[in-house]
Design a protein around this ligand. Structure first.
Ligand code: HPA
Length: 249
């Protein structure tokens, strides 16, 4: 049984210590997922991995086929989805390289295929999104991080922006006024689509940079790459501790 799916974001196109058993190229009614599904064992358990931006990191956030990805994951029979997201830090307490487990999200994206429920489908369907992330899975992240001595923010509001450009200072100020702590380009519609298909979905966000205006100067891609390299090492060790804990919940 596949215990969980992991959606890797920027900086995490593969997993170390992941014993790959097989790959599957999936199709969905919505087109092709970003990458083949890679099945294997991590932390002694069977998991499936999908690279959100493609295996060679070629798909920008606004062009990811989120519906195909979530559909393909649902088809594997996995019920839990661990999403890894690189984000900018808005709250002053959040430092580059740090992990964050968001518990709320605001959607500022547009022109993305954001639902499975449309096109005249009957009956009209609305889903509850009061608590957008799966609390059970979030608690496992928190437990695993505490046990490993990994510093992580246990509550945060994620602002999902359209990208692919970063934000202006005024835009970040607005997100801050709205109550956002972190900003990223991939949180939506992925989180909503997972809920539509009844998946238990939660995010491990990695602070890649201070958001626009939160540090001197402009946002440097080189620096983001460097930060993500070490941040994703922390994610990998957290994942290895998280997976075995999933058996207990
Ligand atoms: N803004 C939006 N998305 C991001 C950022 C950012 O500053 N950093 C990493 N992803």
């Amino acid at each position: 049984m596949t215990l969980a799916a992991i959606i890797g974001g920027s900086g995490l196109t593969n997993l170390k210590d992941f014993e790959v058993t097989h790959r599957e190229v999936k199709r969905s009614p919505y087109g092709e997922p970003s990458s083949p599904l890679v099945f294997g064992r991590l932390g002694g358990q069977e998991v499936v991995f999908l690279a959100r931006h493609g295996q060679g990191h070629t798909i920008p956030p606004h062009e990811v086929n989120y519906r195909a990805n979530i559909w393909a994951i649902k088809e594997t029979g996995a019920t839990r989805v661990i999403a890894v997201n690189a984000v900018g830090g808005i709250a002053a307490s959040l430092k580059p390289g740090q992990l964050v487990f968001p518990d709320q999200i605001i959607d500022y994206t547009y022109s993305r295929n954001h639902t499975f429920f449309g096109n005249g489908q009957k009956p009209v369907t609305h889903i509850d999104f009061t608590y957008p992330y799966c609390e059970e899975l979030r608690r496992v992240f928190i437990q695993a991080a505490r046990a490993a001595g990994i510093e992580a923010a246990e509550h945060a509001t994620y602002a999902a922006t359209q990208g692919p450009r970063f934000e202006s200072i005024a835009e970040i100020k607005r997100l801050e006024r709205d109550g956002a702590d972190i900003v990223g380009m991939t949180g939506m519609p992925e989180t909503g689509l997972a809920r539509e298909l009844g998946l238990c979905y939660a995010s491990i966000a990695v602070i890649a940079n201070p958001a626009a205006g939160k540090a001197a100067g402009v946002i440097s891609l080189k620096e983001i790459e460097r930060t993500l390299e070490s941040g994703m090492q922390t994610v990998r060790s957290l994942l290895e501790r998280t997976i075995p804990l999933l058996l207990t919940v």
